[in-house]
Design a protein around this ligand. Structure first.
Ligand code: FAD
Length: 436
């Protein structure tokens, strides 16, 4: 165990934590039996805010074993500390793929299940846990329950999306998707304004992968201009794993680096490049799904104070109006978001705290400052007023009231935690802030 400052990917907040790094299940059980103080599991620390932060944390990255891979059936069982990038490196050359991928491969299997992550194909395929058939969860007393939709279903639906608050996920069995190429055929469609962006997102719902990069820093007629990105698995070609070597941001950049002039210039260039590059082209899966992984430690670009990511989902009925209000609120604040993404979600699932539900999801980044925190509070109020909710894996600041509005099943979640002895034993800075 070592004591050190830890933070999420947004580097805000930061906390001094006693970090235990067990290498075996027995060591995790021994830890839970000997330490009665609250603790929280931690994977790659790629959640942005305080979901994996606590005075005592259990780093799961040493439990990184492949347990069973049936390459005929496409099923895989792994320990929770294996990363999605490592899974892909093993399964892609054998013609299999992970059916749901977030925007980085550097997340653990446990973290992907605990946040029930979504990808660019949520409108067709739902979120990560929908391909997970069984998880092994270690409870506070060190015992292990294998849970699925048929066995201890309450624990399954509380743990998938449950942000580590029910117990420690040790391993999972999941279904893979067959592919005949490691490449994606991508098409880019540049749009001049929000209405066109929304129309194209809707028009291309039939594509397997659909997402829009959005320039949220423009007001007036250009508000909501963007690039809609479509993707399909290529049908032929090689089955090659990712061999990129990431360059790293070596130092914390000056806080103002991603300020208004540079962000606006970058967004203008990006939009113009997208407008020129509309023909379909083939890219490796790593470049398509994980463009930011090419630059290690890119969170340092925001400087020491870190940044906030705000991701909400807005129900279909009010999504358009709410979206306009959110964008107006950002431009009125004078703050800029260097990166923003908009996409449509399909129906949600039965997990109590899973984020996705049908509607539109908007993600924006803001360099951390008092003004950015105040802006996020105003954005939260718009989201609540329109019946939306915020993503727990990105959150560092929402209030208990905002959480309860967005996640009406929170009381049932608490009952299940109580039933399995998790209350008071698994807790994070985030759970305390949200009244869990
Ligand atoms: C560049 C980037 C792009 C991203 N894009 C997306 C995206 O497109 N879609 C999306 O859904 N998310 C996205 N994310 C968020 C990321 O997928 C989630 O935050 C994910 O949970 C991170 O996994 P992790 O292993 O780093 O977990 P951590 O950040 O360490 O922990 C996240 C949560 O999982 C819990 N947890 C971790 N391991 C376990 C375990 N073994 N047992 C129980 N609980 C556990 C923690 O307690 C915590 O509550 C992105 C993040 C980054 C940095």
């Amino acid at each position: 165990m070592i004591s050190k400052p830890v933070s999420g990917w947004g580097r805000y907040p930061s906390i001094e934590s006693s970090v235990h790094a067990p290498a075996t299940r027995t060591a995790v059980a021994r830890l839970l039996q000997s330490v009665q103080a609250p603790l929280i599991a931690r994977g790659m620390g790629r959640s942005y805010g305080d979901a994996s932060l606590a005075a005592r944390s259990v780093l799961m990255t040493r439990l990184d074993h492949f347990i069973a891979f049936d390459s005929a059936a496409g099923t895989l069982e792994c320990s929770a500390g294996v990363t999605l990038a490592d899974i892909l490196a093993v399964v892609v050359p054998r013609g299999w793929f992970l059916p749901v991928l977030p925007g980085t491969g550097y997340v653990t299997l446990g973290g992907a299940i605990a946040a029930d992550v979504h990808g660019k194909n949520h409108h067709h395929d739902g979120s990560f846990s929908q391909f997970v058939d069984e998880i092994s969860v270690m409870l506070a007393d060190g015992s292990v329950l294998r849970c699925s939709r048929d066995s201890h279903a309450d624990l399954f639906h509380a743990s998938a999306g449950g942000m580590g608050l029910t117990g420690i996920i040790l391993a999972a069995r999941l279904r893979l998707r067959a592919v005949s190429s490691s490449h994606i055929d991508q098409r880019l469609l540049a749009t001049p304004d929000l209405d066109t962006t929304l129309a194209l997102l809707e028009q291309h719902e039939g594509s397997t992968y659909v997402v829009a990069w959005l320039d949220v820093n423009q007001g007036g007629a250009r508000r909501g201009r963007g690039i809609v990105m479509l993707g399909e698995h290529a049908r032929d070609g090689e089955l090659a794993p990712d061999t990129r070597r990431a360059l790293s941001v070596p130092l914390d950049m000056p806080a103002g680096l991603l300020g208004r002039p540079l962000t606006r210039a970058f967004n203008a260039l990006y939009h113009a490049r997208g407008a020129r590059n509309t023909a379909s082209h083939r890219v490796h899966y790593a470049r398509y799904f994980f463009p930011l992984d090419a630059l290690g430690d890119w969170n340092r670009l925001y400087g020491r104070r870190g940044f906030l990511q705000h991701q909400c989902v807005l129900p279909p009925d009010s999504a358009r109006v709410a979206l306009r209000e959110l964008l107006q609120c950002v431009t009125a604040s004078g703050l800029v978001s260097p990166l923003a993404v908009l996409k449509g979600f399909g129906a949600g699932n039965d997990n109590l705290l899973s984020f996705p539900r049908s509607g539109l999801t908007l993600t924006m980044d803001f360099a951390r400052s008092d003004a950015a925190l105040a802006l996020c509070a105003r954005l939260d109020a718009i989201v609540v007023a329109h019946g939306g909710r915020l993503y727990l894996a990105k959150d560092a600041a929402m209030s208990t009231a905002t959480f309860r509005h967005g996640y009406p099943q929170w009381q049932r979640f608490q009952e299940i935690r109580e039933r399995y002895g998790a209350l008071g034993r698994f807790a994070s800075l985030q759970s305390q802030r949200l009244g869990l």
